[in-house]
Design a protein around this ligand. Sequence first.
Ligand code: IDP
Ligand code: MG
Length: 156
Amino acid sequence: MMQRTLIILKPDTVQRGLVGEVVSRFERKGLKLVANKMTLLTGDILKEHYAHLVDKPFFPGIESFMKCSPVILQIWEGFGAIDVVRTMCGVTNSREASPGTIRGDLSSSYGSNIIHASDSPENAEAEVKRFFSDEEVFDYKKVIDQYSYSDDEKTH
Ligand code: IDP
Ligand code: MG
């Protein structure tokens, strides 16, 4: 199924100059960038975005880290994109993430772990709406699209 997934390139990625490295991986994978912007996150939006963690003792640390620098927000589209991107990210704790994954290759931290990515269709839909208006998300064709998937995948 064609899906859209939301990612946040976290402050560590912007500060360490790794934005291009991560974006390049998604491009080479065959995913399509359909929305892209830089923003400074606020406490309110972080409490909503990380609602499942607000009561954890480490939440204040996450909040101040996520606000310490602008972040890059993007939406990537592709067949099964939500799971594809999560698999490419690796597990949450970068020290345990497999080599070859974004976190496994680029970070040695639990909190400063490069990237957020939607983890389910329901959350992807909510997160796309949380960070982007309809006019900021682009539906467009690329000439290469016809080579990126087999015919049965294109129809879904
Ligand atoms: P995810 O980013 O892999 O989906 P979540 O459990 O949703 O992981 O946690 C959101 C973010 O909160 C993580 O990416 C990480 O930066 C931070 N985090 C989660 N659990 C811990 C922890 O136990 N210690 C420090 N930071 C954590
Ligand atoms: Mg999560």
